[in-house]
Design a protein around this ligand. Structure first.
Ligand SMILES: [Zn+2]
Length: 282
């Protein structure tokens, strides 16, 4: 088995070395190596949020826009805690590896992520080359949709009691009407999400992808599972449509279409292993 992993790493390194364009796909597994909690499964979520266990609410129940109307202190307790955590978290070394690869690839690259944590921006990736398909936690919108558009969250941390998962006032508010603000994240059962920024990112992504015909494309997919399959499906689709190479890095679900490369490893470990194989100056 060890030999086989080495063979796969070698093939992945060869693909990256010959890449003319690089698409990075990222799901929840990408953040785990930075120490971010894994929300997979009720128990996993409750280990990260014991207060949610006491309330009897799992991730899907808590990540619902209705709390902003019925219990804003709880809604902002959950999202404010995550916003604070993401801002305190340094992206792991796999992000730097990807950036180095992107810098030396002719057509550059693009990041397509379902993570709302802003970790790619923190790692120095340009915002103009990131598509956040489920939105971003540090970008806010007015709950009532007064027409204020999107605005950045206050850089100061929100005070959250970890015992009750409740945020202390003042809660984030709309700069236009003064009403309650909410994160610009696509939540469960969310009819009020403002897709304007994600739509703009999608247009930039399409404009990057469109002229790549004939350019050897490599898709590096990190920690994107089948539970919320948006990123995984998109990566497989683009690799197939462009005749590119898919490198799927996933500890639990590394299976790939024939001819592609699946690595049953964590994101940081796999990216560093491929990078070592590429050697200095690569
Ligand atoms: Zn407003």
């Amino acid at each position: 088995m060890a030999d086989r992993i080495e063979d796969l790493i070698a093939r992945a390194a060869e693909a990256v070395a010959g890449a003319g364009a690089l698409l990075v796909g990222a799901g929840a597994g990408m953040g785990v190596d930075s120490g971010l909690p894994d929300f997979r499964g009720r128990e996993g979520f409750w280990r990260a949020y014991p207060a949610a266990r006491r309330l009897g609410l799992d991730f899907a129940e808590l990540a619902n826009p209705r709390w902003f109307r019925t219990d804003p202190a709880l809604a902002w307790g959950f999202y404010g805690h995550r916003l604070n955590l993401y801002r305190e978290t340094a992206p792991h070394s796999g992000f730097a590896v990807l950036r180095r690869w992107l810098d030396r690839i002719p057509a550059g690259g693009f990041v397509y992520t379902s993570n709302v944590d802003g970790q790619f921006q923190r790692a120095g990736f340009p915002s103009s080359r990131i598509l956040e398909c489920h939105g971003a936690i540090a970008r806010l919108q007015c709950l009532t949709g007064c027409g204020a558009g999107l605005f950045e969250a206050d850089p100061r941390p929100l005070a959250v009691d970890p015992q009750t998962l409740r945020a202390a006032p003042p809660l984030p508010s709309c700069p236009s009407c003064g009403g309650l603000a909410r994160p610009n994240i696509l939540m469960f059962g969310d009819l009020g999400w403002d897709p304007s920024e994600t739509d703009a990112q999608q247009r930039r992504f399409d404009a990057w992808l469109r002229p790549l015909g004939g350019v050897p494309l490599v898709v590096v997919e990190c920690g994107a599972g089948t539970a919320i399959p948006t990123v995984r499906r998109m990566c497989a689709h683009v690799a197939r449509a462009c005749g590119g190479t898919l490198i799927r890095i996933n500890t639990r679900e590394p299976d790939v279409p024939p001819g592609q490369i699946g690595l049953a490893m964590g994101a940081r470990e796999a990216l560093e292993a491929i990078d070592r194989r590429l050697g200095p100056g690569a």
